[in-house]
Design a protein around this ligand. Structure first.
Ligand SMILES: Nc1ccn([C@@H]2O[C@H](COP(=O)(O)OP(=O)(O)OP(=O)(O)O)[C@@H](O)[C@H]2O)c(=O)n1
Ligand SMILES: C[C@](O)(CO)[C@H](O)COP(=O)(O)O
Length: 248
């Protein structure tokens, strides 16, 4: 995918000192995928899921470095070419996704300023497209407000009661499905995430910790093909989407 040469520097003059970093949580075991290998190491078109994901992020010329949070007993990461990139560092993740993201933020302490930006992107989302990454960065920097890629809900949504009986239909007019990347100021995210985890609050994405801290989160409309590989049927779908995108 070609970098859009006309894309303005990611940071306006007002924020020209701020840098952009990325954290890729990749310490999961992929239980829902049910594969022998953690899903980030399954292969599509000759490359692992995480290599496709990193290739997408590293297309951003202004991205300083990516911190990949890997599992404590991960024996595969160091065998990948991506692990030797000068723009990629790794750290040991934690029990839950939020712990892994916090580990990445702590690894950034010696590299990034609190006022730098960081985008957190799931290793399991290899189909994210460069224009969507650029749109998120542009909106966040322009408004100086953290934001996330998301898509408005397009299915009718049902609330379930016991025994999987519908208890009600949810008005989907204001419902969005959050994706990643999720982009925030390094210091704000580290503080919000640490506070949420210390408080025992459920944190399934970075935005929920930021919301809990009372800070705004901008919804930036992305694409529905930015899928997260979670269940077995997601892998062939992701491979198809990658193939389609190559023809764009
Ligand atoms: N302790 C964890 C758990 C998840 N992740 C990462 O967070 C992303 C999204 O999480 P999810 O899709 O839930 O991955 P898994 O936790 O591996 O999947 P499962 O819940 O099915 O085990 C994945 O890239 C995963 O590797 C992580 O870094 N650390
Ligand atoms: C962060 C995320 O991808 C936003 O939709 C999602 O919350 C991750 O959930 P998971 O259960 O950890 O995959």
């Amino acid at each position: 995918m070609s970098v859009d040469a006309d894309f303005p520097s990611v940071l306006s003059p007002r924020l020209s000192k701020a840098k952009l970093w990325a954290i890729v949580p990749a310490a999961g075991v992929g239980a829902r995928m049910g594969s022998d290998l953690p899903k980030q190491y399954l292969t599509m078109q000759g490359k692992t899921v995480i290599e496709h994901t990193l290739d997408r992020l590293l297309t951003l010329p202004t991205l300083e470095k990516v911190i990949v949070a890997i599992g404590k007993h991960d024996g595969i990461w160091q065998t990948l070419l991506s692990a030797s990139s000068h723009r990629v560092l790794s750290t040991i993740g934690g029990r839950d996704r939020a712990d892994s993201v916090l580990a990445g933020l702590n690894a950034l302490k010696t590299l990034a300023s609190d006022d730098d930006w960081v985008m957190v992107h799931d290793a399991a989302r290899p189909c994210v497209r460069l224009p969507c990454l650029e749109k998120l960065i542009q909106k966040v920097v322009e408004h100086d407000c953290g934001g996330i890629l998301a898509v408005p809900a397009s299915d009718t949504l049902k609330q379930s009661s016991a025994d999987n009986i519908v208890s009600c239909t949810i008005d989907r007019q204001e419902i969005w499905q959050a994706q990643t990347p999720q982009m925030f100021k390094v210091g704000q995210l580290r503080e919000a995430l640490a506070a949420a985890l210390e408080g025992g609050y459920p944190v399934t994405d970075e935005a929920s910790a930021i919301e809990r801290a009372g800070l705004p989160v901008m919804l930036v409309e992305g694409r529905r093909d930015n899928i997260k590989i979670t269940h077995p049927e997601d892998l062939p779908l992701a491979e198809f989407l990658l193939g389609q995108q190559c023809n764009d």
